[in-house]
Design a protein around this ligand. Sequence first.
Ligand code: SF4
Length: 338
Amino acid sequence: MAENKQEKEVLISIKGLKTYYPVKKGVFRRTAGYVKAIDDVSFDIYRGEILGVVGESGCGKTTMGKSILRLIEPYGGQVLYSFPDGRKDIFSMPKKELDAARKKMQIVFQNPYSSLNPSFTIFGTMQEPLIRFGMKSKKERKEKIASLLQDVNLPPEYMERYPNEFSGGQRQRIGIARALSVDPEFVVCDEAVSALDVSIQAQVLKLLKELKEKKNLTYMFITHDLSVVEYISDRIVVMYLGHIVEMAETQELFENTLHPYTEALLSAIPVADIDKRRKRIPLQGDVPSPVNPPSGCPFHPRCPKCTEICKTEIPQAKTIIRNGQEHMVCCHLAENLK
Ligand code: SF4
């Protein structure tokens, strides 16, 4: 994405997003604490971009995607969506208005095997959202589904078949067609290619890029795979323990990595060219429990560059401008960067 920030239109503005789950204890199931799955996260999503979200399992990336769509009820914050009649907070919408707004926001799930109902034909599964959003004529629904299947490079006659008649790649194409059936403008792709073989992954990624151009879509692309996110994303958010630790345009993030966690993730990407390989930075242990997160910088128990201040003081987000682009990082080491 070559344009400057000033030229981009904000589609969704996420402000102070918190998704906490209560931890209940005792006979009376009193709330004894919270699992802070997402803890005070703020960023913008620009219209027409592919925003990659990466991090290890348990970092909160899937929870964040679902929270933005309000498939999980948030604990706090705002998700301001730009509708034609102005910006509205998804979190404070009454149910009826939220249902209508959902037409604009869809999700493609990770597992194509479990996201399709095995007892319905593809037509049966795909017509559900069309009926919900008011397409009464069966003939119209058939025509729409035929066109959607063609969009994902499947023959229209496949709509009469059942999910068990398809390969994993074909099922994921059907999942994508279903998500696009109500003509959304924002799609969360939650580990959408992770369950597929590598050769099929490449085909589905190419398809997602083509559909984005053809239908003017905006994607939030959630994955643990750094190679995939480098290929598909315009901009990348790196998450750790419910926080954003780094965010920048893709090339900038890969070439001028600032956060030690991102450095470690990038060092683990397999690279065929021996001259381009990074020195491997092994990460010790697992992501800590969000019920009882570490003091100071949440990454400090695993950080190879940890200093005394990291153990007690939470680093603040710092945004620097490089080549006209914003690069945000949350690390004490970056505090004096200009
Ligand atoms: Fe590592 Fe300290 Fe930076 Fe956290 S603040 S990432 S512990 S150097």
